[in-house]
Every structure is written in structure tokens, then in C-alpha cells.
Design a protein around this ligand. Structure first.
Ligand SMILES: C[S@@+](CC[C@H](N)C(=O)[O-])C[C@H]1O[C@@H](n2cnc3c(N)ncnc32)[C@H](O)[C@@H]1O
Length: 209
């Protein structure tokens, strides 16, 4: 990040300049995240947190599927304000909570069952930052962690910021002291401009003591 603007300001500008369906990461059908979370057959009251969820439709799809406690947090207030405006149902308005927060400062307000992160962890390119993220997740100890990052031929820069690429095994290894990898997938995301981005997804399950 340049000294002249903060990370938060950077993301506010990104969210200001592009509509939700034109950002490179947009998904009409938020897969594999949605199916992976629904496959867990959660209790409707289990807490699901979407880290850096921004304007993703994942939270609303989860509520449509019967989940009653979904939190979306993001460093950008603009992304969350827009996400709220785009909600289609009253159930979603009632069951999704929003919080403006940098992931590195995140503190859960209640026990978290599922931590989901698509395309946020990979922006933490400094060792101290991705280690802080891993410590934070391990301390919070959600039973399930689902993370998707760039991989393979994806760009080295996304939204003007450098990005780290992970193969699924390397991603799982970072959390392996406390989590075992129970599912992984290498997949391709097609951007609205028709470009392909390689993604790695892992589903990590908390190890029993
Ligand atoms: C590439 S977008 C992905 C959005 C969403 N997860 C999805 O898959 O549609 C990255 C999102 O993370 C947010 N973000 C970036 N850095 C963040 C940080 N350090 N803490 C919280 N949110 C962050 C951005 O504002 C943006 O909404």
C-alpha cells in the first residue's frame, strides 16, 4: 500500500467505481462456497461469518437456504452499504449482520461455526499479516474454515494490490497445526470481462483435541 492512501480508502475507491456485477470477482452463483457450506447440514442458528464478503450474494443465498445467523464483514463500508441495498428479501435483512472491520482486527462477538473467505487471505502478502490471520482463526477456532485464493495462472495483481498464490496443499499446510483439510478444489472463475482466474479452495475442519 502506498503511504498516501490507506488500505481502507483503497478499497472504498474500488467499490465506488464499479457496480457489483462488474467487479472481477463477482459471482451470480457463489460456488463452491455455497454448496460446501450447505453440505455441512448446519443447525439454522449456527453462526457463519463471511470475511471480506463485501457485495457477495453468498450471505443472502445462505439465508434463503434457512440459515439464521450470517455475519458479513468487510474493510469497506461502501461495499456493505451496497450489499444491504441489493438484498432481495426481508429474511435476509433480518438475518444478516454487517460489520466494518479489517480482518486483522477481527474479534468474534459470539461462537463462530463457519469462517468463509473468498479472495481476501491472498491479499495478505506480508508474513506478519498472514500469520496474524492464521493466529486469529486458530484462536477463534470455528469448526469449519473455507478459504479460496488465487492459484496458478491468476494475475499477480488484483484490484491494484499484490496477491499471493496458493496451491491447495500449501494453503492447508498453513493451518495444519489445528485444522485438517477434508476437501480441496482447484477451479476456474470467469470474470465479467471474460478472463479466467485460477482459484484454490480448501475446507479445513478443526482437529479434535
Ligand atoms: C476480491 S473481493 C472478494 C469479495 C467477496 N469475498 C467475494 O468473493 O465476492 C475482496 C473483498 O475483501 C475486502 N477486503 C480487502 N482487504 C480486507 C481486509 N484486510 N479486511 C477485510 N476486508 C478486506 C474488500 O473490500 C473486498 O470486498
Amino acid at each position: 500500500m502506498t503511504n498516501s492512501i490507506t488500505l481502507r480508502e483503497h478499497w472504498e475507491r474500488i467499490h465506488e467505481t464499479k457496480p457489483s456485477d462488474k467487479v472481477s470477482w463477482t459471482q451470480n452463483d457463489p460456488q463452491p462456497s455455497l454448496d460446501w457450506i450447505l453440505d455441512l447440514k448446519l443447525d439454522p442458528k449456527d453462526m457463519i461469518v463471511d470475511c471480506g464478503g463485501g457485495r457477495s450474494v453468498l450471505a443472502e443465498r445462505l439465508v434463503d437456504a434457512g440459515q439464521l445467523q450470517v455475519e458479513v464483514f468487510d474493510i469497506s463500508i461502501r461495499s456493505l452499504a451496497q450489499a444491504k441495498l441489493e438484498l432481495k428479501s426481508e429474511e435476509a435483512r433480518q438475518n444478516i449482520s454487517y460489520r466494518v472491520c479489517n480482518v486483522l482486527d477481527y474479534k468474534p462477538e459470539k461462537a463462530v461455526c463457519v469462517w468463509h473467505d473468498r479472495a481476501v487471505f491472498h491479499f495478505l502478502t506480508e508474513k506478519k499479516d498472514f500469520e496474524t490471520y492464521i493466529e486469529l482463526v486458530e484462536k477463534m477456532a470455528p469448526e469449519h474454515v473455507i478459504i479460496g485464493t488465487f492459484n496458478g495462472e491468476s494475475p499477480e495483481i488484483c484490484s491494484g494490490l499484490p496477491v499471493k498464490h496458493y496451491q491447495t496443499e500449501a494453503l492447508a499446510t498453513l493451518f495444519s497445526d489445528t485444522y485438517e483439510c477434508v476437501k480441496s478444489l482447484e477451479t476456474v472463475h470467469r470474470t465479467p470481462a471474460g478472463k479466467e482466474q485460477d482459484f484454490s479452495f480448501v475446507h479445513l475442519k478443526l482437529r479434535k483435541p
